[in-house]
Write a protein that binds this ligand. Structure first.
Ligand SMILES: [Zn+2]
Length: 161
């Protein structure tokens, strides 16, 4: 599928601020490189030349833009799930996961996040559901705390120990 560049209106002061930040960071980077190489900063800047690039803006909230998200699985606490950080166009993994596995480990059980409203405590709560066993697990401890009746859509929580 071809990429269709999307025009996003941006306030001019935001763009000017971003551009100024990028220029300042470029100058700082050139200064650091020049210092490391023991070369003249101005000479190095001339050798690098004028930057010439195009920037695309991607609305990451648009569901069809999932291909711009890192597909590597990472362990967050007890849960392994897709990283979903933005990636560089043409790649599938972010810098942090360039050597990570693309698929989740088949040895680990698959959980779904289940949200429910606790009327006694008047707040929304989240638990994990193991769809293979219908077991409900505590989100932090992964302790078996209840059962899910998938046909009748009924959540049963055990009394706390
Ligand atoms: Zn990643």
């Amino acid at each position: 599928m071809a990429i269709e560049p999307k025009r996003l209106p941006i306030q001019s002061y935001i763009w000017e601020s971003l551009e100024a930040t990028l220029k300042a960071e470029s100058r700082r980077l050139i200064r650091d490189i020049a210092k490391t190489l023991g070369k003249d900063e101005g000479e190095l800047a001339r050798q690098i030349g004028t930057p010439n690039f195009s920037a695309y803006f991607v609305d990451m909230t648009e569901p069809t833009n999932e291909r711009f998200e890192c597909t590597a699985y990472s362990l967050k606490g007890p849960v392994q799930k897709p990283c979903r950080r933005p990636v560089i166009f043409g790649t599938t993994k972010c810098a942090a996961h360039s050597h990570s596995q693309q698929r989740p480990s088949a040895a680990l059980p698959v959980y779904r996040l289940l949200k429910y409203y606790d009327e006694d405590e008047s707040e929304e709560k989240q638990v994990y559901l193991n769809p293979a066993t219908n077991q409900i697990l505590d989100r932090d401890t992964l302790k078996h705390i209840g059962l899910w009746d998938s046909e009748r859509k009924i959540l049963t929580l055990f009394l706390p120990e």
